[in-house]
Design a protein around this ligand. Sequence first.
Ligand SMILES: *[C@@H]1O[C@H](CO)[C@@H](O)[C@H](O)[C@H]1NC(C)=O
Length: 403
Amino acid sequence: MAGAGPGLALGGLLDYKTAKFALTRNRRVGLLHRLLQLGVLGYLLGWVLLVRKGYQDTDRAPRAAVVTKLKGAAAVAGTSRRLWDAADYARPPQGEDVIFLVTNFIATAQQAQGTCPESAAVLDAVCTEDADCPMGNPVARGNGIKTGKCVMFNTTHSTCEIYGWCPVENSTLPRKPLLAEAENFTLFIKNTVHFTKFNFSKCNTLQTNDPTYFKTCLYDSFFSPSCPVFRVRDMVEAAGETFGDLALLGGSIGVRIEWDCDLDQPAARCQPQYSFSLQDRSYNFRTASYYWDSQRQLHRNLLKLYGIRFDISVHGQPHGFLLASLLLTLAGKFSIVPAAVSIGTGIAFFGAATVLCDLVLLYLDAKAEFYWKEKFEEMAMGLDFPWKTGMQCNKALQKAGGG
Ligand SMILES: *[C@@H]1O[C@H](CO)[C@@H](O)[C@H](O)[C@H]1NC(C)=O
């Protein structure tokens, strides 16, 4: 043994083992195997390639730029009738992917810093005597700092006197949205996407030389899909709300732009889909404009604005053909990874079919024992292995007992 060692070890290193196959003419297992293979082939061709387009690559992270613009004008009724145009009702004025349209507001004019009764709507400010209003304490969720006095707010309520912007904000909301005409305003959404993986860029607007096109058109998914000018009421209704309800207390509407293009088709057929959804049923915030009066005292006009916030998000999973991509790999545009994954999965499934047929042959078939013996040859020189010798003995014993 000692002499044969190195030679054997070297021989073992350079040996090549190849599998030996056992052929059986078992019709049932043969048929099963073919059916399984056919199934895998069908899955690969039908589902992976045709339906899921497994040969295509996708880009899940588009780079998107959004610019928005609101248009329209509304005459606001009320104490001081005045006209609101885009510079008044659109926030922020530069038109980002989140844009706010004022539909209702509470105006508190000519506030100046001084002392006045806190609003009765603030719970912490309700009082019956001066001791309820310790001097110097801010009113919790209120508008100022307590002066130490309990004063009449109106004929029925007493509240703490505060130091702050006076008079305090008036808290009665108009019953009807003040900018009811905002339902006919339009929102223009310009969106450019760039899919780095495909080096493909597209804009959702029509490339036109007609300067009046976007001033007159209105979006229609069939007739004018390249005119992304939406009427506010249409968007609210597409989100399942009525304009009158949403305009009163404000709300938030999500605008989703979906670029699910097949880039194997001509670029002109790559059109985004728009969908609208209600995100929130109330939305407001405060803003003020400041001025000095003739006595050089600072004043402000406070506005609590209610309105619709449009939140625009861009999504897309454009996909492209792999054969084209194979050619373009040279240009550094594509990777062949998705196709390799699809093909690899297919090969693995073929392997699984063989394993399944083996199991049927060796365990379930009527002649399973016969196949088992043919497939797994017991070695004659099994003396090196005590357990094996034991097994042989057992068999011999069984035979002796049985015979
Ligand atoms: C909006 O426009 C439609 C027709 O274009 C008109 O009937 C409706 O009165 C307008 N709404 C408001 C609030 O002005």
